[in-house]
Design a protein around this ligand. Sequence first.
Ligand code: ZN
Length: 382
Amino acid sequence: MTERPYQICTVCVMDTSDPEISFDESGRCNHCRDFELLLGTIWFPNDEGEFRLASLIERVKTEGRGKAYDCVLGLSGGIDSSYLALKAFEWGLRPLVVHVDGGWNSELAVQNIERIVKHCGYELHTLVVNWEDMKELQLSYLRSAVSNQDVPQDHAFFAGLYNFATENKVRYVLNGGNAATEAIFPRSWHGPAMDAKNLKAIHKAYGTRPLTDFPLISFSEFYFWYPVVKRMTILRPLDLMPYSKEQAVTELEQIGWRSYPRKHGESLFTKFFQNYYLPTKFGYDKRRPHLSSLVASGSLTREAALERLAEPLYAEEELRRDRQYICRKLRVSEAEFADLVARPIHHYTDFDNWERRRAAVKSVLDIVARIRGKRINLALRT
Ligand SMILES: [Zn+2]
């Protein structure tokens, strides 16, 4: 592959660290152009959003009447899910609140979860992932050196959440995903978290023992069982309001929630992975698409985004401490861990996956949607 010359978008801060980025004559990138298409399709930070949100809340309440819960909410302790938990309470919803404990919670995350739950009067259900399974999978992923090292945590989170929702007969899932802060994301950086086939293939290639009861979602569960049979629907209320992290933090701090010094400070592994592993090994700085989303959604200037990018990803001492902690927890020596981090890179498609099957299902659904004149939501958007 030939190295392309460095270029950065003149509007946002995405650059050629996204190998698939393209620029128009004015130097504006494809992400900026794609972002514009979201307004009025999935993103409604306006009066229409207010109207849509009100009717969404009404629908969830009405269908939940007489039931123990009207929706389910996965609470990680991070800003988005914490804010959504607070809003759900203010809207008068009755969520089944679930925390999936993958073993990497920071102390602050635990405190923040407690504060939210206490303020809102929620009953918290914690699903603890079998740590031996989690460790086994995370070591397999590190050996595979694919870019998305968060797959074991993310997969367990959604599999645990959806399964628990179904057991409790809840079909609406409140999701803290939102266009305003995360719509821009390079496709080439992506590694699918829900592809259980890929997860199993990576584990088969690099694992040392079978998994016991790690929560998995199969292809048919993801594309058929949950969305069609169980009619599970993922709702993203933060897309129906002018969502800003600053505003969210301000409101959360009023109830005693405290900010994380770094992005993804709720999970020690994710923090290390995003602030060290990805940028040093792959050249992917996840702050870049995040800040670009903020610029595109109008909540940050490009200059401020560039200033934020110039800040160091890690302080030396903090990095040393986190690395030590991860080694202890994964039960590897620091030298072994350094070897793991230095392993030759793989792309997730180097391992068996369900992409082709997914594409086939999608094209069938597209045809059905054209015939019915109505778009069909493919599976469970996460
Ligand atoms: Zn751009």
